[in-house]
Design a protein around this ligand. Structure first.
Ligand SMILES: [Zn+2]
Ligand SMILES: [Zn+2]
Length: 346
């Protein structure tokens, strides 16, 4: 059956002919302009009102992507292929020339348009808060009355803070940042963007080093009709450190970790695990620490004694042999020098 196209009067199978259908259909809809919002400090981008982490795409890549995303392509266009060429038109202006081709009702078609892209550089929420000295929480790391924090302990706290702030940020917490790390008398003040980060960090430090944790909160004002609080998390390091070799009720133990108020220990010669109470860990005698261990060469081995070479004086000395240490003469063992002579570690 043949009929005539109502638009051009040419032959048509039904309704508009193919040519008129194509001419009256908008295959491509392009916006007048597109904006890409980028933080000038950290490079994150705002997409649909939310800040997204910076990645390794260049501003050109982002502009091209934004132009492509802004197009509306007719859904009956089959196998659409898009070709974009981007040219720079100013410090923050680009022009995206876009060509789309595909098949529409059996016919090969091609259409194009131009989309101006503007780059807006602003500071993201996080960067403006960092610049504005914003903070919610301070983690105070302090020594115990009986000893100072070691440089390694302070460094470990610093590193823990950096990695936890980073992973909090990566999982979407915009306030997960370190405002400042201050060396203060007796320890460190770690000033943080969020109380949640403060609590996580304080708990992680306590899990690793033991000690007591105290949290306090202070009302510092009102903002947007809401009370603004700041929290302080004070961690007092314990007297004992992991790796400490202690003498308790006639047995030598090594501190292997902490669990709440308990200090976890392992007996040096038998490998038996137990724990020290809060009280006992305040009074137990500390002989040395694994971190200060040295290598010593074994001269001779006996059932429960090793003859070793003092690594500093090169004199031969005797030390009790832990049952698991099976080094033969000529091999070396790890030893800690203490007031009670050498202690051989496993
Ligand atoms: Zn027609
Ligand atoms: Zn930023």
């Amino acid at each position: 059956m043949h009929s005539l196209c109502p638009r051009c009067g040419g032959p048509s199978e039904e309704g508009l002919c193919r040519k008129c259908t194509l001419e009256s259909t908008q295959l491509l809809k392009c916006p007048d302009k597109v904006e890409v919002t980028i933080c000038s400090v950290c490079g994150s981008r705002r997409v649909k009102g939310k800040w997204q982490l910076p990645d390794d795409r260049s501003i050109e890549d982002l502009a091209t992507q934004a132009a492509c995303d802004s197009l509306e392509i007719h859904r009956d266009l089959e196998g659409p292929k898009m070709d974009v060429s981007l040219s720079k038109r100013g410090a923050t202006r680009y022009l995206a020339e876009i060509e789309v081709e595909g098949r529409f009702q059996g016919q090969a078609v091609r259409e194009g348009c131009e989309v101006p892209v503007r780059i807006r550089l602003v500071a993201c929420d996080r960067c403006s808060r960092i610049a504005g000295k914003y903070f919610q929480s301070t983690v105070q790391v302090r020594m115990n009355g009986s000893r100072h924090l070691t440089a390694q302990e302070m460094e470990a706290c610093r590193r823990l803070a950096v990695s936890m702030a980073d992973s909090g940020y990566r999982s979407g917490d915009q306030l997960s940042f370190i405002q400042e790390i201050k060396d203060v008398k007796g320890g460190l003040d770690i000033v943080l963007g969020s109380t949640q980060l403060g609590r996580h960090l304080a708990r992680a430090i306590q899990e690793r080093f033991g000690g007591r944790l105290q949290e306090s909160c202070k009302l510092v004002g009102r903002k947007d009709n809401r009370d603004v609080f700041r929290s302080t998390l004070l961690i007092r390091f314990p007297r004992l450190r992991a790796g400490d070799v202690v003498a308790f009720r006639g047995t030598l133990f090594e501190v292997v970790g902490f669990d709440g108020k308990k200090t976890l220990v392992r007996s040096l010669y038998e490998g038996r695990r137990s724990s020290l109470s809060d009280e006992n860990s305040e009074t137990v005698e500390i002989l040395g620490n694994r971190a200060d261990a040295m290598e010593a060469v074994v001269i001779a081995k006996d059932e429960d004694v090793l003859e070793i070479l003092d690594p500093e004086t090169y004199k031969t000395v005797l030390a009790p042999r832990p049952s698991k240490v099976d080094s033969v003469p000529g091999e070396s063992v790890r030893v800690v020098r203490t007031a009670r002579g050498f202690i051989v570690l496993e």
